[in-house]
Design a binder for this molecule. Structure first.
Ligand SMILES: Nc1ncnc2c1ncn2[C@@H]1O[C@H](COP(=O)(O)OP(=O)(O)OP(=O)(O)O)[C@@H](O)[C@H]1O
Length: 263
């Protein structure tokens, strides 16, 4: 018999998949596998619910190997035990980012190169969807980083079609918090591969993670509120676009140029 926690966890994933129509019948889904807990949990849950949803889909795990030492066998075994094809794509991303370019802020470049490599690999394998292990905390942290560092209200979407590669990116863990993913991983004894990335844990995102956790402790349910805000955002509740940046004489204060509905 399945325990209630597992049913609840799978229910959240199924809900996100249904709400944003992430997977359709016959899809061939690449799963970006980093060896970390989020993507290991993602692969496990997508594998588990295959038999429970009304659509048939294939899974294929892809690891973009940055070239620094990592225990790839753990990922390969994990996939083999579940009969899921696994591609270990060896790249020189580590060398380009840390030796050739000696980037001061290497995460953006690394993520960019990885994105290109995973899209190309998925396309070459004939896969049409790409699932990533981003969860609700990641969406909130991205939102806060955009706001604090660039003054924009933005975060990533649960589903994004990428026309250059003709692949649709999906994020089935988007309704789940990082803590919930961690519990799932511990409870079901999923293996996690240690990342030997030289900047692991020292990024701006880590700083943002701490800020969100602090706010969440102070204001319980904050993460649920963020989720509701992402789902129901209405631009009418913000300022309207500026009519003109360089007003000519007589344009100011007619009181009619800009109308913001108040109801
Ligand atoms: N080297 C990689 N190869 C394939 N996919 C990757 C790789 N690194 C990251 N991804 C994918 O991108 C997602 C987000 O990556 P990020 O670097 O933010 O990792 P994370 O949030 O720590 O997740 P994880 O716990 O899975 O490492 C991962 O969950 C995974 O699906």
């Amino acid at each position: 018999m399945q325990d209630a926690y597992l049913r609840w966890f799978k229910g959240k994933v199924k809900k996100a998949m249904t709400h944003y129509q992430m997977i359709c019948d016959g899809d061939r889904v690449a799963v970006g596998l980093s060896g970390g807990k989020d993507s290991m949990a993602l692969l496990q849950v997508l594998h588990m619910i295959r038999r429970e949803v009304p659509v048939r889909y294939d899974l294929h795990a892809i690891f973009i190997n940055p070239g620094w030492p990592m225990d790839v066998d753990i990922m390969a075994d994990f996939c083999r035990q579940r009969d899921i094809p696994f591609t270990n794509k060896l790249t020189d991303i580590g060398e380009v980012v840390f030796i050739e370019r000696q980037e001061k802020n290497p995460c953006a470049l690394c993520a960019n190169l990885r994105r290109g490599a995973i899209n190309n690999t998925a396309r070459a394998l004939g896969l049409n969807k790409l699932a990533l292990g981003h969860h609700l905390d990641d969406a909130i942290e991205t939102f806060m980083m955009s706001l604090i560092y660039t003054g924009q209200f933005r975060t990533f979407s649960p589903v994004t079609y990428m026309d250059r590669s003709n692949i649709t990116l999906i994020r089935p863990l988007i309704y789940i918090t990082g803590q919930t993913v961690e519990t799932f991983v511990e409870r079901y004894g999923l293996p996690v591969v240690k990342s030997l990335c030289p900047v692991n844990g020292k990024t701006k995102r880590e700083e943002m993670k701490k800020l969100v956790e602090m706010l969440d402790e102070r204001y319980p349910d904050l993460k649920t509120r963020f989720l509701t805000a992402f789902q129901t955002f209405d631009p009418q509740n913000l300022w309207p676009p500026m009519v003109s940046r360089h007003p000519a004489r007589g344009d100011i204060c007619k009181g009619e140029g800009v109308k913001n509905k108040i109801e």
